[in-house]
Design a protein around this ligand. Structure first.
Ligand code: NAP
Ligand code: MG
Length: 500
């Protein structure tokens, strides 16, 4: 593996954090247990990380509750809160190279993506909610003489944030930044595969002046720490990004405990529809390939279904193949790499399993389909494309969460929309056409929370992000995410009417 000398030095100086942050202190798990945090780059351990469980979650929730009740954060003025969160964003900026290295090492994504996408977007998110928090207005009701009625946004209290490993810090800040901006306390549980940047940023938050207990990070496993958080009687909300199976369990835990609010951002099987009158086939081909191969396919909005109008199927597929053939699988820490390792051997095996089952059903990939770079000890799978998928093939219905694209074709727009909507998911969808009427009507008919026309994945903090159907409910990003972490309270003051 080829890593520059300068990077070797930075790697050697890196101190990956392994202790939890609870009540402003760095602590080991009460049990003393740790787990080995593996780098998918080479399959080797990076460090030992505290394996927090129920006892540690209890401690973190108690700290978060105490911080909320005494108002050490909630009762700061909006200007003070804004200053603290902006200071956090500045510290993240100052440590962006360290954070990018930690992220790339931890989950196997290309360092260039961590540098140019994950960390800048996590910083932008923090800044955006810092800037937004003093622009939240309540309402005055038209209650008539003798009454002043008004509605205010009140923080919910203690927010449990459970996040995945695909964009670890970015997803953590999608939850933590608006929750903190609203005045809540947070207990964050990163995925066991990706604890490092959450721990580091919680340290930076303390340095920025966020009071102890306001942002706590419990590392550990989903079944233990995650479940304890989601079942906790003193947690007011669970905000989650991850799989549908865990999302279902979180709703059960909420129902069996204190009816805490639950917000779920789950996966998808997102279609990208390319009509014969597509205005730019080269741009569409880039988007078709990178829409699914970016981040090794480990993206909830991955465009894993490509629907192409039959008239242009062959020439368009050639263009997509040309882009995909140019994607080299490489060492995440090689600065030229644009496609790195999958997060874990488990995720790699799941992906290869889908490919094998497709082969067993008589399908042969037109590109890729194999594990590569085995000698590194890391978890690498080639970009893989299956053509002529039937809409009922497993690869057209199930989320792989790996670099596998399925190509389907259609004749009419009605057929395209029927196939596109024929899924239990509804996260994202794309349409490529020069026909404005078709584009606008398709955008409304597609059952998805995000629709992109003549483009793919404009990651825009100003717009709500989330799914229809089994892709979940509740929205990240935008002002809607702020309101998600608040309840509305109606206050009515009765007074003597005028002219008495
Ligand atoms: P996952 O199991 O849903 O994990 C997401 C988070 O939930 C992690 O922090 C995980 O902790 C935690 N968790 C697991 N079991 C839990 C439980 N019983 N109670 C509370 N929390 C629990 O996702 P995954 O295993 O990382 O990946 C599996 C599939 O999820 C992927 O193949 C993909 O389909 C989907 N996924 C979707 C997204 C997305 O952005 N929509 C992101 C990642 C994964 P631990 O990791 O520590 O167990
Ligand atoms: Mg890891």
């Amino acid at each position: 593996m080829t890593v520059s000398a300068a990077l070797q030095d930075r790697l050697a100086a890196l101190q990956p954090p392994g202790l939890m942050i609870i009540d402003g202190r760095k602590i080991a798990a009460l049990s003393g247990e740790t787990f080995a945090n593996i780098s998918p780059r080479d399959g080797k351990p990076i460090n030992a990380v505290a394996a927090g469980d129920k006892a540690d979650v209890d401690l973190a929730v108690a700290a978060a509750r105490a911080a909320f009740e005494d108002g050490r954060w909630r009762d700061r003025t909006p200007a003070e809160k804004k200053k603290t969160l902006l200071r956090l964003a500045e510290l993240m900026e100052a440590h962006r190279e360290e954070l990018a290295l930690l992220e790339a090492l931890d989950v196997g994504k290309p360092l260039s993506d961590a540098r140019n996408v994950d960390i800048p977007l996590a910083i932008q998110t923090t800044r955006w909610y810092a800037e937004a928090l003093d622009k939240i207005y309540g309402e005055v009701g038209p209650s008539g003489p003798g009454r002043l009625s008004y509605a205010v946004h009140e923080p919910l209290g203690v927010i449990g944030a459970i996040v995945p490993w695909n964009f670890p810090l970015h997803m953590a800040m999608w939850k933590a930044a608006p929750a903190l901006a609203m005045g809540n306390s947070v207990v964050l549980k990163p995925a066991e595969q990706s604890p490092l940047t959450a721990l580091r940023v919680a340290e930076l938050a303390l340095e920025a002046g966020l009071p102890p207990g306001v942002l706590n990070v419990v590392t550990g496993f989903g079944e233990t720490a995650g479940q304890a958080l989601a079942r906790h009687m003193d947690v007011d909300m669970i905000t989650f990004t991850g799989s549908g199976s865990v999302g279902r369990r979180l709703m059960v835990y909420a129902g069996e405990s204190n009816l805490k609010r639950v917000s779920l951002e789950l996966g998808g099987k997102s279609p990208q529809i390319v009509f014969a009158d597509c205005p730019d086939l080269d741009a569409a081909a880039e988007a078709a390939a990178w829409g699914v191969f970016f981040n090794q396919g480990e993206v909830c909005t991955a465009a894993s279904r490509l629907l192409v109008q039959e008239a242009i199927r062959e020439p368009f597929l050639e263009k997509v193949l040309a882009v995909a053939r140019g994607i080299q699988v490489g060492d995440p820490l090689d600065e030229a790499t644009r496609f790195g390792a999958m997060v874990s051997s488990e995720q790699m095996r799941t992906t290869l399993g889908y490919i094998e089952r497709a082969r067993a059903s008589g399908l042969e990939p037109v590109l890729g389909g194999r594990q590569v770079l085995q000698a590194t000890g890391g978890f690498y799978v080639e970009p893989t494309i299956f053509d002529r998928l039937s809409p009922d093939a497993a690869l057209a219905r199930e989320e792989v969460f790996g670099p596998v694209l399925g190509v389907l074709s259609f004749q009419t727009s009605d057929e395209a929309l029927r196939i596109a909507n024929d899924t239990v998911y509804g996260l994202a969808a794309g349409v490529w056409t020069s026909n404005i009427d078709l584009a606008m009507s398709a955008a409304r008919r597609l059952r998805a929370g995000l629709v992109w026309i003549n483009g793919w994945d404009a990651c825009d903090i100003t717009m709500p992000f989330g799914g229809f159907k089994q892709s979940g409910f509740g929205r990240d990003r935008s002002l809607h995410a702020l309101h998600k972490y608040a309840d509305l309270k109606s206050i009515t003051l009765s007074h003597r009417p005028p002219h008495v």
